[in-house]
Write a protein that binds this ligand. Sequence first.
Ligand code: 16G
Length: 168
Amino acid sequence: SSFLFDSSILADEIVGHVPNGLRVRPLHIDDYDKGFLHVLSQLTSVGEIDRSSWEWRFRSMQRTIPSTYFVCVVEELDSTRVVGAATLVLEWKFIHSAGSRGRVEDVVVDESMRGKKLGVLLNDVLVRLAKQMGVYKVSLECNDKLIPFYEQFGYKKDAGNNFLVQRF
Ligand code: 16G
């Protein structure tokens, strides 16, 4: 298939209400030409990704067993452009009865579509998906000013559990 993951996973109960003219679907191999990377570039540095690097990364994410990368996009139906994206990644564990942890990553909405609650839509989708996948917890990183935004989906600062990073 050309979807990153089985599109039936994004069933109506998971996706919820989507405004007219938009669709929530898995990332597709053709999204290279549909503005996905442009949307991501509004979050952080994307760098140069040629088509073969894109395909290599896409196929390597797609072939994980069990499925691990749930990159979800919002597509504007008229233009067929990607206007929002968010990823749920599963981290497979031995702890918690060989359980899994969810990580929400790379949540971004195109500047032309801000203020339409697409970020809310994407986060609702990912939290429902994480629950369905049976993760024992789901986490994300964000800057201070986005804490109230993310709290509405049930996230809290994990007191005493700090996020440390080393950049290369
Ligand atoms: C934010 C994102 C994270 C992303 C990072 C990129 C959310 C909830 N958090 O922390 O997923 O990978 O920004 O920033 O979307 P960086 O390029 O500085 O790592």
